[in-house]
Write a protein that binds this ligand. Structure first.
Ligand code: GLA
Length: 736
């Protein structure tokens, strides 16, 4: 049927009817069931309409009278023909005209879905955590969806996911299967998103959202964040600043293809639909089967970006990041000091250097394995996880033993999801490799990805880790790398290829579950050719992540700054390397804003550099607890000012550390004006003493002077940063 004016007229008529219906419905909203999801400061309020649609009627700062949420829809005159622009989980193929959260093809080939409220239930998981479940069902098809909202009261965070269940007599195909469907009202919306590539992670872009749909997604499979991570900020009415404005943070807990749609709808409200990507991933469900979507997390603050990030960091430490309240080990890594060129003798010397430096652990990087195709470069050996006999004739065991004698711990690099075509693994199990049977292979860093949808591959990957621990019970740390994206996605085993991307990630999590069941606490670093993979699903298994191979400290100030909005410092693995032009002190100061490590040739350090590094490790040990567990305040933005300044403050507001760096090296730049501190107790008195000084250097700061918190927050403090003092660390201590 063509589109003609009579259709148009009847279209308007039914739209008008719907509109009248919507107006009539809004008049009775007060009587309708509202389901508030409240946290300390915010409320998201859902409402069951008369026709049993589940809609979002409010998401923002809590109202003081909860009884008034029902009045919210009544004060908007926005014509919604469908009555479902604010659906809490938008289905497609019925009345919906906009981006759906879910789209299905039923067993009989029909594409329509209409989800109606059935019931809901709230359970208290703990004093702080509640779980709301809402049951939805299609009145025509035996098809149901359960929505889950897990709310973390103190930190104002919500995690949301859904379970989609097919009870039909036959196979249903899920064409889209989002986790969350948010709905926000404001005068304008500003999206801060991130893009990047190797060594250029977390580059921010902020733009006003215009009408239509803006999608942020990845189709890379593994190393999913290489071009863009799923973390985002949406500011309401105007771009939020560090301390002002209303801002929503969100991200998908999924270490593979994700998708986020930001739709400014015809009535100027923002719909955000986020979850795993449906790209090439139509998922079939047999009768009785269900599909659990990954979780999407979000938090809202009306006090700017800084407050949102502190809440998120606190939530991460309390609930998400593995061992988020625990400790981390300082380390010496050999990647940049040796690359693939080492042997037992060299490593033995590095173990002694580890001790000399005073760090906790030595981390042996890539290059220790494979014999038929030795891992002497990145073109061979991945997949053959036996010690290389000519480099390590006595195996890892001898090194672990030696490390114990030296009084340091030992960690090791693996990249267990990958294979080089030049490997015994590839020769023996070509069917374990992700590749198109009839097409040429195409490589990323000379390697291919193993098919983790295959349980045999899952066993293989689990066994790489397990046998390392079984053979070397003293092994204390794993760096888990993932350097390739997925090209030519295809599994030799899967019947339904469109399950590949989802089942890959599920396979990965199965392996990580097994590892954590057996080795619950051993620290593991999540690395992905730099920062290609970090999200809050993975961080339930990993204790830290590698933000970028780019360790030039100037670059790192920017990269770490942006990551810090979403992840706590203790999760950020920061190494001092030879990248960049800055002196050792500057490089070390920047690396201290996280989990400190070194990747330098200790034996080649000058006497005073070595002395500085040894002292820096001790200094770090004395302040690391504040950096890891304290609240982070961003004081001076390197994108706006010549000096970057970041502080960490403990919960008692008694001890803090303030890091200051010169980021603009043009003539006569420096901290001309004081930098205002934040978060202090205005009534308390503090001293600010310069720490981590280079041997022989004296500070231009009088560490004995006391300042009231009020002064430091209203007037500020000058760290005396200039080209001669390009990096200044101040210890803040309360004076009793
Ligand atoms: C990736 C990592 C590096 C290093 C190399 C080893 O690039 O990001 O830190 O481990 O692999 O090949």
């Amino acid at each position: 049927m063509g589109f003609n004016s009579s259709n148009l007229k009847s279209g308007y008529k039914s739209a008008a009817l719907l509109f009248l219906f919507a107006v009539a419905a809004s008049a009775t909203f007060a009587q309708e069931t509202t389901i508030p999801i409240e946290t300390a400061n915010n409320a998201m309020v859902l409402q069951v309409a008369k026709n049993k649609d589940l809609n979002t009627i409010y998401f923002g700062v809590k109202l003081s009278n909860a009884a008034e949420y029902g009045k919210v829809p009544g004060v908007y005159n926005q014509d919604d023909y469908t009555g479902m622009l604010n659906s809490a989980y938008t289905s497609s193929g019925s009345r919906n005209l906009v981006e759906p959260a879910i789209s299905v093809t039923h067993a009989d080939g029909n594409n329509s879905l209409d989800l109606k409220y059935v019931s809901h239930n709230i359970t208290k998981v703990s004093d702080d955590v509640s779980l709301l479940t809402i049951q939805l069902k299609d009145p025509v098809y035996d098809f149901e969806v359960t929505l889950y909202y897990k709310s973390y009261f103190k930190d104002d965070v919500i995690e949301q996911w859904s379970t989609i269940k097919n009870n039909e007599k036959g196979v249903v195909t899920l064409n889209k299967f989002a986790s969350a469907n948010l709905y926000l009202k404001a005068g304008s919306f500003w999206l801060r998103q991130y893009h990047g590539d190797w060594a250029k992670e977390m580059q921010p872009e902020e733009t006003q959202i215009t009408h239509g749909v803006k999608t942020i997604d990845t189709k890379l499979g593994t190393r999913a964040n290489l071009f863009e991570p799923s973390v985002f900020m949406v500011s309401l009415d105007k771009p939020a600043t560090e301390d002002e404005g209303t801002v929503l943070y969100g991200g998908v807990e999924w270490s593979g293809n994700f998708r986020e749609d930001f739709e400014l709808d015809p009535t100027d409200n923002l719909r955000i639909i986020a979850g795993a990507n449906n790209y090439a991933s139509a998922y079939t469900l047999k009768t009785g089967e269900d599909f659990k979507t990954p979780a999407v997390w979000y938090t809202l603050s009306d006090k700017g970006r800084g407050d949102a990030s502190r809440k998120l960091q606190s939530w991460a430490r309390n609930y998400k990041l593995l061992d988020g309240k625990g400790t981390r080990m300082t380390l010496l890594n050999n990647w940049e000091s040796t690359y693939f060129d080492f042997n037992e003798q060299k490593l033995s010397e590095l173990l002694k250097d580890t001790k000399k430096l005073g760090v906790d652990l030595f981390l042996l990087d890539d290059g220790w394995f494979a014999n038929k195709y030795p891992r002497n470069g990145d073109h061979a050996g991945l997949g053959d996880w036996q010690e290389n006999k000519s480099k390590l004739p006595n195996g890892i065991a001898a090194l672990v033993k030696e490390s114990q004698t030296d009084g340091v711990k030992f960690g090791i690099w693996i990249e267990p999801e990958m294979v080089n075509p030049k490997s015994i693994l590839y020769e023996k199990h070509p069917d374990w490799v992700v590749k198109q049977p009839k097409r040429d292979e195409y490589y990323f860093r000379n390697q291919l990805v193993l098919d983790l949808t295959n349980p045999k591959v899952q066993d293989f990957v689990f066994n790489i880790v397990d046998s390392l621990f079984v053979k070397n019970p003293g092994l204390a740390f794993i760096k888990w790398d993932c350097n390739a994206v997925i090209y030519n996605a295809y599994s030799a085993r899967l019947k339904d290829q469109s399950h590949f991307y989802v089942d890959y990630v599920r396979g990965l999590y199965k392996v990580l579950e097994r590892i954590r069941a057996k080795y619950p606490v051993v620290p593991m670093m999540l690395c992905s050719g730099g920062g290609g993979r970090v999200d809050y699903a993975a961080l339930q298994y990993f204790t830290e992540f590698w933000p970028s191979d780019n360790t030039d400290p100037i670059e790192r100030i920017f990269i770490q700054w942006e990551y810090s909005y979403f992840y706590p410092a203790m999760a950020s693995a920061n190494h001092v390397t030879d990248w960049g032009k800055q002196p050792l002190k500057f490089r070390t100061d920047v690396a201290m804003m996280g989990r400190l490590g070194f990747d330098i040739v200790v034996s080649k350090l000058s006497g005073s550099d070595l002395q500085f590094a040894q002292d820096a490790v001790k200094t770090y040990n004395s302040v690391k607890q504040t950096i890891w567990q304290g609240d982070q305040y961003r004081l001076s933005d390197p994108r706006e000012k010549n000096v970057a300044s970041i502080m960490y403050l403990d919960a008692a507001k008694a001890n803090g550390v303030m890091f200051n760096y010169l980021v603009n090296y043009r003539y006569d730049q420096g901290s001309k004006t004081p930098i205002r501190l934040k978060g202090l107790d205005p009534k308390k008195n503090y001293k600010l003493k310069e720490i981590n000084l280079y041997p022989g250097a004296s500070s231009s700061i009088d560490g004995e002077k006391t300042y009231q918190g009020d002064f430091l927050m209203k007037v500020g403090f000058n760290p005396q940063v200039n080209t001669g003092r390009s990096s200044v660390v101040l210890q803040i201590s309360e004076i009793n």
